[in-house]
Design a protein around this ligand. Structure first.
Ligand SMILES: Nc1ncnc2c1ncn2[C@@H]1O[C@H](COP(=O)(O)OP(=O)(O)O)[C@@H](O)[C@H]1O
Ligand SMILES: [Mg+2]
Length: 221
C-alpha cells in the first residue's frame, strides 16, 4: 500500500504518518530503507520486523498490556496502520518533569512487562522512549524487535535495556525507578520470578562489562 499523510515523526528505523482512517485518523508506521544494509537483507529485516511488531502488539493486548490497536498490517510495504495515541508524551519526559508520577507509572510498567513476559513475549527494545503516556494511560510501543517465544534470557534483556536507558538518560533516579519497576513486576509475577530475572540480568551485565574490559585491554595492547 502507498501511504499518504503528514509526516509526524521520524524514528530510528521508521517514518510515522498521520493518515485519515474511516472518519477519524490513524498512524501509519512505515519502515524505511537503510542504505548501509545490503538491499536484500534490508528488505527481509523490514518485512520481518513489520510482521513481528503486529503479532507482538496483538499478543500484548491479549495479555492485557496496553498498546496501540493495530488496524492494518502490510508487510510487503513494511507498513502498520495503528491507533494514534494523540497528545501522548514519552515516559522519558515524565521522568524528567514529574518524579512522583513517573515512579507510579514505572511501577505500572513493571506490572505490564510481567504480564507480557508471562505470555512468553519479550519486548526487545524496552526503553523509557518506547513507553507513551497520556494522562493516566500508558502504552507500550515499538515492538519490532520482540521475541514471541522468549525465555529467561530474552526477558532479562528487557530488564537490562530498561535499566540502561535509565542510566543513560536519567542517571539521577536510576535506583528509585528500577525499584518501582521491580515492585510492579513482583506484584504481577511474584518474588521468585523477580529473583530469577534479576539474577539473569546481572549475568548479562557482568558479561557486558567483561566484554568492555576485554575491548579496552585490546585497545591498550
Ligand atoms: N501509536 C502511536 N501514537 C502516537 N505516537 C506514536 C505512536 N507510535 C509511535 N509514536 C511516536 O513515534 C515515535 C517513533 O515510533 P517508534 O515505534 O518508536 O519507531 P522507531 O522504531 O523508529 O523508534 C515514538 O517515539 C512516538 O513519539
Ligand atoms: Mg522507538
Amino acid at each position: 500500500m502507498a501511504v499518504e499523510g503528514r509526516l509526524l515523526f521520524r524514528g530510528a528505523e521508521a517514518e510515522l504518518y498521520l493518515v485519515t482512517w474511516g472518519d477519524g485518523v490513524a498512524l501509519a508506521k512505515v519502515r524505511v530503507e537503510k542504505p548501509y544494509r545490503h538491499p536484500a537483507i534490508d528488505k527481509r529485516l523490514r518485512w520481518r520486523r513489520t510482521a513481528t511488531e503486529a503479532r507482538a502488539i496483538r499478543g500484548a493486548l491479549e495479555a492485557g498490556v496496553p498498546a496501540p490497536a493495530v488496524y492494518l498490517v502490510d508487510p510487503p510495504s513494511y507498513t502498520i496502520v495503528m491507533e494514534y495515541v494523540e497528545g501522548a508524551c514519552k515516559l522519558a519526559d515524565i521522568v524528567e518533569r514529574e518524579f512522583e508520577k513517573a515512579k507510579e507509572l514505572t511501577a505500572r510498567l513493571g506490572r505490564y512487562v510481567a504480564r507480557l513476559h508471562k505470555a512468553g513475549i519479550a519486548h526487545g527494545d524496552l526503553t523509557t522512549s518506547n513507553v507513551l503516556v497520556r494522562g493516566d494511560e500508558l502504552f507500550l510501543i515499538d515492538f519490532g524487535l520482540a521475541d514471541l517465544r522468549a525465555g529467561l534470557r530474552e526477558k532479562a534483556v528487557d530488564l537490562h535495556l530498561f535499566l540502561r536507558s535509565l542510566e543513560s538518560t536519567h542517571p539521577h533516579v536510576v535506583e528509585v525507578m528500577m525499584e518501582s519497576f521491580l515492585e510492579g513486576y513482583r506484584e504481577a509475577a511474584g518474588q521468585e520470578a523477580v529473583r530469577e530475572l534479576v539474577a539473569a540480568m546481572r549475568e548479562i551485565r557482568l558479561m557486558g562489562r567483561y566484554r568492555e574490559e576485554r575491548r579496552t585491554a585490546w585497545r591498550s595492547a
